[in-house]
Design a protein around this ligand. Structure first.
Ligand code: PXP
Length: 236
C-alpha cells in the first residue's frame, strides 16, 4: 500500500509565527527521503495553511508526486490548472471546519463535478473524488469520469466500539471492492494513524493512503526529545 503525506500542518505552524520556518517544502522533501510515495497539500479558499507559492514550489521540488487537494471552485480550479499537479483530489470545503468533515455529495453535484473533472482532463490531470464509502457516490464518481476515489475513513477512525469499528471497516472494504470493480483507483484517508492502520492495510483494493495529522503528531513525539538534547548540548 502506497503512502502519501499531507503536509498542511507544517504550513499551519509556519503561519502561526508569520515567518518562513518550518518550510512545508523542506518537510515534503524529508517525507520523500523517508519513503513517502507522494505529498498532499490542501489549498483552501481562506489559505489558512498552504499558500499558492507553496504549491508552485512543491511542484518544482518534488520527485514523487504532488496531490493537490482542493474544493472545486473556479478560483482554485484555475490555479490548479496553471500549476499542473500530478493529481487533484476534490473535497467539500466549509469555511468554519477544522478539517474536511465528510465526502463529496457526487450524486447531488454530479453536473458541476463532471464539468470540473473535464476541466482537469483537458490538462491531462487525473482527478480523485473524496467520497464516503457509499455505493451510489462511488457509482456516480465513475459515471462522471473520475479516475480515482479516496474513501473517507473518518467514521472508521472515530468509531468508539469494536463493533462500530468492524461495521465501518466492512463498509470501507465493500466500497473499495466496488470502486475497483468499476475500474477506479481506490485510495483512502482521514483519521488514519499508527493504531488503526492495521485492518485498513488488509483491504487489498485500497492502493494508497493519505495521512497528515498522525504523522506530524508522531514527528513531534519522537523528535522533541532530540531537539531539546541538541539545544542542551549547545548550551553546555
Ligand atoms: N484525505 C483528505 C481528503 C483530507 O481532507 C485529509 C485531511 O486534510 C486527509 C486525507 C488526511 O487526514 P488526517 O490529517 O486525519 O490524516
Amino acid at each position: 500500500m502506497r503512502l502519501c503525506i499531507n503536509i498542511d500542518h507544517v504550513a499551519t505552524l509556519r503561519n502561526a509565527r508569520g515567518e518562513s520556518q518550518p518550510d512545508p517544502v523542506e518537510a515534503a522533501l524529508v517525507c520523500e527521503r523517508a519513503g513517502a510515495d507522494g505529498i498532499v497539500c490542501h489549498l483552501r479558499e481562506d489559505r489558512r495553511h498552504i499558500r499558492d507559492a507553496d504549491v508552485r514550489r512543491l511542484r518544482d521540488a518534488l520527485t514523487t508526486k504532488l496531490d493537490l487537494e482542493m474544493a472545486a471552485t473556479p478560483e482554485i480550479i484555475a490555479i490548479a490548472r496553471r500549476i499542473g499537479p500530478d493529481l487533484v483530489t476534490l473535497v467539500p470545503e466549509k469555511r468554519k471546519e477544522l478539517t474536511t468533515e465528510g465526502g463529496l455529495d457526487v450524486v447531488r453535484s454530479h453536473r458541476s463535478l463532471r464539468m470540473s473533472v473535464e476541466r482537469f482532463h483537458e490538462k491531462n490531470i487525473p482527478v480523485s473524488l473524496f467520497v464516503d464509502p457509499v455505493a451510489e457516490q462511488i457509482e456516480m464518481s465513475k459515471e462522471i469520469g473520475a479516475d480515482m476515489i479516496e474513501l473517507h475513513t473518518g467514521e472508521y477512525a472515530n468509531a468508539r466500539t469494536a463493533e462500530a469499528r468492524r461495521r465501518q471497516l466492512r463498509r470501507i472494504a465493500a466500497a473499495a471492492l466496488l470502486g475497483r470493480t468499476l475500474g477506479l483507483t481506490v485510495n483512502a484517508g482521514h483519521g488514519l494513524n499508527y493504531a488503526n492502520m492495521g485492518p485498513v492495510k488488509k483491504i487489498h483494493e485500497i492502493q494508497e493512503v493519505s495521512i497528515g495529522h498522525a504523522v506530524i503528531v508522531r514527528a513531534v513525539e519522537v523528535g522533541l526529545g532530540s531537539a531539546v538534547r541538541e539545544m542542551v548540548r549547545l548550551l553546555k
